[in-house]
Write a protein that binds this ligand. Structure first.
Ligand SMILES: Nc1nc2c(c(=O)[nH]1)N[C@H]1C(S)=C(S)[C@@H](COP(=O)(O)O)O[C@H]1N2
Ligand SMILES: [Mo]
Length: 318
């Protein structure tokens, strides 16, 4: 398997007040012994993989106890079409993307709307670390120690009205910094959405980091959604707009191929993708020949979320 290493952060982006650690120190800071983490990955010199450490993180009781996938795999095997189609493109081609300064526009059916800086959005929320599975529709999965906070805690601050039946999200559109956006691979900007009860569910988080450091560009810096019981494409990256709306929102993959990707996209081993089975998945990091494992209903979060869909036919609402 060919894995290219993420690009280094340019020295011009390193501010005097920030502390940057090299990869070995980073893993130590995240409480992981380097021996266990680095072995088995196909990287050369990693001294330039520098990411800014986050402050104190509270461990979340919502975490799975599954063994996390290695940092290097999480940051080098990605889907982020804004940087290209290949799994190696986001790490290799996101070096010019500038996730700071950042702002998010909140609009629609809410009492409080407007444009807010990243610091406004993240500032008041204590960050917690949650180990969540991410399961791609392409039948691979990883276990990621995300840093973030419950999306619902943020949404409540805008006082959504009773017309807010759904929440829609939009990724930034910056073709100058995102080479994939210079082609019509998808109808840009990338858009996603959740029903309001899904958005308010405590398992849904806005992530600002992983492995104790700020999100690498390729993982959706500076702010991305993580919806652990849904296929990975729902977990939209680099969010610049959050809209409270009355009708089911436009979603990118449903637009690109409606018969293959529904609005709900709950992980469901019993409902096949039209072109392949969804019953098994390949954990990333075990090597290409590692055996597949059975996929769990709602990606293993059935106890928490099955009740949201109690009266729905999940083969119809896929
Ligand atoms: N804006 C945007 N968000 C996106 C995507 C994308 O192409 N663009 N890909 C999605 C898909 S298909 C997956 S599987 C996950 C991958 O997240 P990761 O690269 O952090 O593992 O991001 C999702 N979010
Ligand atoms: Mo995906």
């Amino acid at each position: 398997m060919l894995i290219r290493k993420p690009p280094a952060i340019k020295s011009s982006e390193i501010t005097p007040e920030s502390v940057y650690l090299n990869r070995r120190e980073l893993l130590r800071a995240a409480g992981i012994t380097t021996a266990g983490m680095i072995s088995g990955t196909a990287h050369g010199d990693e001294s330039d993989m520098n990411f800014k450490p986050l402050g104190k993180l509270t461990p979340s009781p919502y975490s799975t106890d599954a063994e996390p996938t290695g940092f290097a795999d999480i940051a080098s095997y990605n889907n982020f079409y804004e940087f290209g189609l290949d799994k190696s493109d986001p790490a290799a081609r996101s070096g010019d993307f500038k996730p700071k300064p950042w702002s998010v526009t909140v609009d629609g059916a809410a009492e409080v709307t407007g444009t807010f800086t990243y610091e406004d959005i993240v500032g008041p929320h204590p960050l917690e670390e949650r180990v969540y599975r991410l399961r791609c529709v392409e039948a691979w999965s990883m276990v990621v120690p995300w840093a973030g906070f419950p999306l619902g805690d943020l949404l409540k601050r805008f006082k959504p009205t009773s017309n807010a039946k759904y929440v829609a999200f939009e990724t930034v559109y910056r073709p100058d910094e995102m080479p994939g956006q210079r082609r019509r691979l998808l109808r840009w900007p990338y858009r996603e959405g959740l029903r309001i009860d899904e958005a308010m569910h405590p398992l849904t988080i806005l992530a600002t980091g992983l492995y104790g450091v700020e999100l690498p560009n390729q993982n959706g810096a500076p702010l991305r959604l993580v919806v652990p019981w849904k296929y990975g494409f729902k977990s939209i990256k680099s969010i610049v707009r959050i809209s409270f709306i009355e009708d089911e929102p436009f979603t990118t993959w449903n637009d690109a191929a409606p018969s293959e990707y529904g609005f709900f996209a709950n992980v469901n081993p019993e409902v096949d993708h039209p072109r392949w089975s969804q019953a098994r998945e390949r954990p990333i990091g075990g090597g290409f020949f590692a055996s597949k494992v059975p996929t769990l209903m709602f990606n293993g979060y059935a106890d928490e979320v099955a009740s949201l869909y109690a009266d729905m036919d999940l083969s119809r609402y896929y």
